[in-house]
Design a protein around this ligand. Sequence first.
Ligand code: AP5
Length: 211
Amino acid sequence: MNLIIMGAPGAGKGTQSENISAKFNIPAISTGDILRSAIKGGTELGKQAQSYIDAGKLVPDAVVIDIIKEHLATDACKNGFILDGFPRSIPQAEALDAMGVQIDAVLSLEVPDETIVTRMSGRRTCLKCGASYHVLYKPSATADVCDKCGAELVIRADDKPETVLNRLNTFHSQTEPVKSYYAAKGKLICVEGQEEVADTTKLVFEALSKV
Ligand code: AP5
């Protein structure tokens, strides 16, 4: 199954793509995670991406298109994949088509902006492996410690309230049009993402059972 998951910043794309990846045994490819890992590693890509991410803007299309091209060409993706955070603009969606990639479904997690702003304030992210938690909705077993690798949990640099608002603006102006792009192809499935994590997962799996 070749899938795309879309939604506002903090809509739960990473949380749900982890569940989809485990259930269907397909890799989840998150452009956000790849860019953050490049920043942490101090690579050329990381240096290029940092100022855009810190400002809540999109990294240039050409940069992320190359990342996706490289990942989709690997053996890990030959039986399917879920793209988390790509495509995020019409040129990115067109580039995916130009690569000849067939997409089976595009899941859009629908969450109102007010919920996003509250939700982001409670997110905690692992410094080492990038795992994502929430102080109320998905707490780690020990406060501020990652269940998966034991490293410290921190607030992501771009989760500051003013950056969240910039990311929401970017989402509405540049990424929302991508929904119409896939709706016109009959691929878009909208799922309510404001239920609790487990309830949202149930809705996501129900939607995917019809693909
Ligand atoms: P990226 O990492 O993709 O950020 P994002 O889209 O803003 O999404 P998030 O990772 O913040 O949230 P999410 O939807 O995955 O939610 P999560 O599951 O963590 O991108 C970061 C930056 O990189 C971008 O701003 C851009 O600069 C750049 N970039 C990335 N891709 C790009 C591209 N294609 N083109 C150009 N630039 C690109 O959940 C959020 C929190 O809520 C967590 O704490 C979670 O535990 C909790 N939660 C999840 N679901 C629920 C629920 N149902 N109820 C309650 N809490 C929940």
